[in-house]
Design a protein around this ligand. Structure first.
Ligand code: XUL
Length: 482
């Protein structure tokens, strides 16, 4: 009998990735499908369509299904032994939503193993272009939701965040208000994560608590939908969302489609999929007191937190690996775009030049601060590995006055999903994720703070915060401040 293995998927903005790990947590297989390059027929840029208003951003849902067909075929032709997979889980870009047309559940359940899945599912979506996290077209829906809930802070107290344009409740409210007929034809609304799990389950997969916290709809303390939020967004929403579940839940066995077409064992378990940032928290094996910073299409900073106090900035999500605790998240939607612009304007478009310029600059940058000139509404291309490997850790270490450890973060959501697949099988027996992953390689100490950095950066941090406020509320303000 083949040695057991576990799969982790990541349905991210620009690509679909998969990792297989064995029982010793060693990566034994990795693959990806790049949407722009491998599926050019969809004509996406960076995996998305930016619409003419520059605010609406969507991705074609069938592209994600076709990417899954393609990656499974790639695995098959490389001789991957599907029968050894005991369990899988996955991650999806957060906040994005998928709209299943009435009757689709039957098609999903009975898809013929003779056909690639995208052929069977092509008529299943009432909205063919799914709104995603880069969308910022729902300002009026956000205002309405905050008003209905008695203000931004009150909404944050209930759901973990004030109203954000990319958050799913506001996206659903927009679809309902602009096209009530389409909404009426929709029997189920999934997040990208629960949509992906549904493809494997052959049934509608529930939304997990952690990714569900990115919707402005879930009461993060009670872990149940908030009726006032649902009512403020669209009628009949609760039945379209299904019941949320703990992130470690085993949802059921894989659909017979995959056993017949690829040779998966019918016993292979599907563990609830979650958001990419929650999955990265698992992949980076975050513990209380750690701060993780991930440079992806968006830059995010997150931490494990016991007793959060929701604020008007940032987000509190249910913790994906421990349902008693929480995770705090900050997301900079324009992170890589901004870095690339500075690279292009100041370093002839070369990361090496950028790196040289940065390392020749004294810590503290002689008191100069460069705030964003404006908040850009779209994300950039995929992040540059060099930033993480070469100079970024030192800057972080100096600014935060803390040692910085690195792991190969490029695939942390995928790896975290594979860890979560193993965890899902034992979580009911009160085994923690930390126990499950203790064999995994330790993060590597990259750098410690430069002596004197704290004295330099402490006053600058305060000024930075003040400048950021100024720039957020006055986008036209100047860009170099001394
Ligand atoms: C988090 C967010 C992004 C996406 C990117 O709130 O919007 O990090 O999850 O995939």
């Amino acid at each position: 009998m083949a040695a057991p293995c576990y799969l982790g998927w990541d349905f991210s903005t620009q690509q679909l990735k998969v990792i297989a790990i064995d029982e010793q947590l060693r990566v034994i297989y990795e693959d990806n499908v790049h949407f722009d390059k491998d599926l050019p027929e969809f004509k996406t840029q960076g995996g998305v369509y930016i619409h003419s208003d520059r605010l609406s951003v969507t991705s074609p849902v069938l592209m994600w299904v076709k990417a899954l067909d393609m990656i499974l075929e790639k695995m098959k032709s490389s001789g991957f032994n599907f029968s050894q997979v005991r369990a899988m889980s996955g991650a999806g870009q957060q906040h994005g939503s998928v709209y299943w047309k009435k009757g689709s559940i039957q098609i999903l359940k009975n898809a013929s193993s003779e056909l690639p899945l995208h052929q069977s599912l092509k008529g299943c979506f009432s909205v063919s272009d799914s709104p995603i996290w880069m969308d910022s077209s729902t300002a009026s829906q956000c205002r309405a939701l905050e008003k209905a809930l008695g203000g931004a802070q009150h909404l944050a107290n209930v759901t973990g965040s004030r109203a954000y344009e990319r958050f799913t409740g506001n996206q659903i409210a927009k679809i309902y208000s602009q096209n009530p007929e389409v909404y009426k034809q929709t029997e189920r609304i999934s997040l990208v994560s629960s949509f992906a799990a549904s493809l494997f389950l052959g049934a509608y997969a529930p939304i997990d608590y952690s990714d569900g916290s990115g919707m402005n709809l879930l009461q993060i303390w009670e872990k149940a939908w908030s009726k006032p939020c649902l009512d403020a967004c669209a009628p009949g929403l609760e039945e379209r969302l299904g019941c949320p579940v703990p992130s470690h839940s085993v949802l059921g066995p894989i659909s017979p489609y995959y056993s017949q077409r690829y040779g998966f064992s019918p016993d292979c378990k599907i563990v609830a999929f979650t958001g990419d940032n929650p999955a990265s928290l698992a992949g980076m094996r975050l513990q209380e007191g750690d701060i993780a910073i991930s440079l992806g299409t968006s830059d995010t900073l997150f931490l494990w937190i016991q007793e959060p106090t929701p604020a008007l900035e940032g987000h509190i999500l249910c913790n994906p690996v421990d349902s008693q605790t929480y995770m705090a998240l900050l997301c900079f939607k324009n992170g890589s775009l901004m870095r690339e612009r500075i690279r292009d304007e100041c370093a002839s478009g070369s990361w090496d030049e950028f790196s040289k310029a940065l390392s020749s600059t004294v810590a503290g940058n002689s008191g100069n601060l460069v705030p964003r000139t404006r908040i850009l509404a779209t994300g950039g291309a995929s992040h540059n590995k060099k930033i993480l490997q070469c100079f970024f850790p030192q800057v972080l270490s100096d600014v935060f006055n803390a040692p910085v450890f690195t792991i190969d973060t490029a695939n942390s959501a995928c790896l975290g999903s594979a860890y979560r697949a193993i965890h899902g099988l034992v979580a009911e027996r009160n085994v923690s994720l930390a126990d499950v992953v203790k064999l995994a390689p330790e993060p590597r100490l990259a750098v410690t703070p430069t002596p004197g950095a704290e004295e330099l950066y402490r006053p600058l941090l305060k000024r930075y915060a003040e400048l950021e406020q100024k720039v957020i509320y006055n986008p036209a303000s100047s860009c170099l401040v001394k």
